[in-house]
Design a protein around this ligand. Structure first.
Ligand SMILES: Cc1ncc(COP(=O)(O)O)c(C=O)c1O
Length: 355
């Protein structure tokens, strides 16, 4: 066994609502707001596509994913050959790590970001260099100062999970100007939720920065978390290399068809972004806003030094949140769910003030 696996922890998915109800002896329905899923579900077109795709389970999927790649390429005006499809971004992150990293390399990323970047770097025998977040966003100036000859891969998450804050187009270009040939992965899993005007138009940067690799997923705003479809877009000279590590049939026919249908229904996607933005504003207009980091995503991060106490308090209201080292992360839910969450948070911080 690789010695670095001995102390590597296994990914802990949040508990399901049923598991928590049983563990806590709760009868009422609980709100699962721990995994940043789309609480409204996918476009109705997805269900139609899934029904159609059910007819041929005996046939292998299209290994190349032609129809989906053509649709993505048309939407973002990129070359179809520049796209790598994976079983969710989790698999894409694994494939990129496997293809790029060699034992003894360094990866560069931030503290308190998506854990899979570090997880795969450890498996590949690499060192991890980090800089702290500033107010919940990547500190690109600090990261640029940590680039070395050994930096083999940079991981940026924008907006960042678990904090929700983002860096601007200007900040990104200033950073990329300093990276030379070092591959820079820009994970934009939550991009479809962003409403900030200075958020980078990353696809437009691909020609200027051939070292840039952009990640997007169908798991979040498109509402297909259980079907597992994510993709990387990069200069096509790289994609050829990614395809050498890809499993032949990594994305199923059902998943490909569902993703195509979801991508086609941009009106539905817009309605999701708009609804989420309205609900996000409610959090920041409420008295608890002082305890939140800025967010451009479908979650908020509540700053606290007493994560366990706050999490236990939320559970009493039937709210399943996600404790993280940066604070308690809560998915922005439906209007009704958010009313309960905001009330529970107000209660918590009011009682702390009194106490
Ligand atoms: C920043 C970020 N990247 C990647 C992923 C993985 O997404 P998926 O594998 O569902 O596409 C997530 C999931 O939460 C995420 O938050």
């Amino acid at each position: 066994m690789k010695h670095q696996l001995k102390n590597l922890s296994v990914y802990q998915a949040g508990k399901t609502a049923d598991e928590l109800k049983a563990a806590l002896g709760i009868e009422e329905e609980m709100m699962k707001l721990s995994s940043n899923e789309n609480v409204y579900g996918p476009s109705p077109q997805v269900k139609v596509a899934l029904k159609d795709a059910m007819n041929d389970p005996h046939e292998y999927p299209d290994s190349y994913g032609k129809a989906l790649k053509t649709a993505i390429a048309a939407k973002y005006d990129v070359k179809e050959e520049a796209i790598l499809l994976g079983a969710g971004l989790d698999e894409v992150i694994m494939m990129l790590s496997r293809a790029i990293l060699k034992h003894g390399d360094e990866i560069l990323t931030s503290e308190n970001t998506f854990v899979q970047y570090q997880h795969h770097a450890i498996i590949e025998g690499c060192s991890i260099i980090t800089a702290p977040l500033v107010n919940g966003k990547f500190d690109l100036t600090a990261l640029a100062g940590k680039l070395t000859d050994k930096t083999a891969l940079v991981w940026l998450c924008n907006p960042n999970n678990p904090t929700g804050h983002y860096f601007s187009s200007e900040e990104l270009s200033a950073f990329l100007d300093q990276t030379g040939d070092v591959p820079v992965v820009l994970d934009e899993a939550y991009a479809e939720y962003v409403t900030a005007e200075d958020y980078p138009d990353s696809f437009a940067l691909c020609d200027t920065y051939p070292n840039l690799i952009i990640l997007r997923t169908f798991s979040k705003a498109y509402g297909l978390a259980s079907l597992r479809v994510g993709y990387a877009i990069s200069s096509d000279q790289w994609t050829d290399m990614w395809h050498r590590v890809k499993l032949p049939f990594n994305v199923t026919t059902l998943s490909l068809r569902a993703a195509e249908a979801a991508l086609r229904d941009q009106q539905y996607l817009k309605s999701i972004r708009d609804r989420n933005a309205v609900e996000r504003r409610r959090y920041f207009a409420s008295p608890i806003s002082a305890h939140l980091l800025p967010s451009q995503t479908n979650f908020v991060l509540v700053k606290t030094d007493e994560g366990k106490a706050l999490n236990d308090h939320l559970l009493k209201f039937g709210i399943i949140a996600r404790p993280t080292p940066a604070g308690i992360r809560i998915t922005i839910g439906t209007a009704e769910q958010n009313t309960t969450v905001i009330k529970a948070l107000e209660d918590y911080f009011a009682s702390k003030k009194k106490g």
